[in-house]
Design a protein around this ligand. Sequence first.
Ligand code: F6P
Length: 358
Amino acid sequence: MNNIRCIGISTGGGDAPGLNAVIRAAVRTAHVKYGWKVMGIPDGFDGLIWPERMFELTDKHVSGLISKGGTILGTTNRGNPFRHTLMENGEEVVRDRSGEVVRNAAALGIDAVIVIGGDGSQAIGLELFRCGMKIVGVPKTIDNDLSATDVTFGFDTALQTATEALDKLKDTGQSHHRVMILEVMGRDAGWIALHAGIAGGAHAILIPEIPFSVERLAEYIHEREIRSKRFTIIVVAEGVPLNEELSALSRSKSPGIAIMNALDARTHKECRVTVLGHIQRGGSPSAYDRVLATRFGSAAVDLIAKGKFGKMVCLHGTEIQSVDVGEAIGRLKTVDPEGQLVATARSMGVCFGDVPER
Ligand code: F6P
């Protein structure tokens, strides 16, 4: 069994509903199935730079944890030990502290580490693996844009949050005959926008993968007016490409606000925007995310037991499998503009702000 007696767990990058469920599953599996001790690494890898912050994860810590959002370990998206930023004499300096991280883990008796995180955290995990640390990865992002796994936990919960927001905006938008815009997360991929848009019955969906024009959107709103549809619901992913006019209008960095201002000027309708933001990252995980997170956490511990280091758990179809972390990182899964989901939405009459060929 690889002489494992103690493992560490870290959570890095932006949080996602289900992180705590992964921690719970890993701790339970380590205790119940293998009799190992588990150490919590606070705030990404920072806990291994300052080992006095490390603590043992006991049954008490994980009891009742499956339904809790966030991460009890804390997280950071600035926690790269290879490029650790600190202030020295009033100046920002960057230091490589990876050696300390590897040494401190060994000194604490940690034989292997589970790295729960997105692309950035997995890349750090891989570098540590190359420095001799035994790591296994668990993928995480609400954006669902990692190509190595069919689904990431957190996505389903974020989708539910966005869909509920759309339902509410539809109520008020319909009453006031307004154009209602919901901006959702999705820096590089439009999965949340596309799924929530379909689930919430949005009239227009704007995603990074499909360039759009405000003229086409304004025209579409007008076409709806002619059909006595006096309100329009638009979902926009935060990463949509903006033209010069919209970039100038988007001083706040919110494409939703820019699109609202541009439509306001063109349609002479009352337009309102809601930026859903980090509400999508919090909350109790959905049943689907709890099950997926539990499967990932437990499978990660099994990988350690089998000595399969440098691997990341993933979901393929209905099976939990594993891939090399090196193969998993840096490959985004984006929406196929010609794919079934987009086609289905178009069949519902959804406008993507482009002019599709017939
Ligand atoms: O988790 C990914 C993500 O949700 C992106 O869609 C978004 O741009 C980003 O996190 C925001 O992260 P933060 O504000 O925490 O840096």
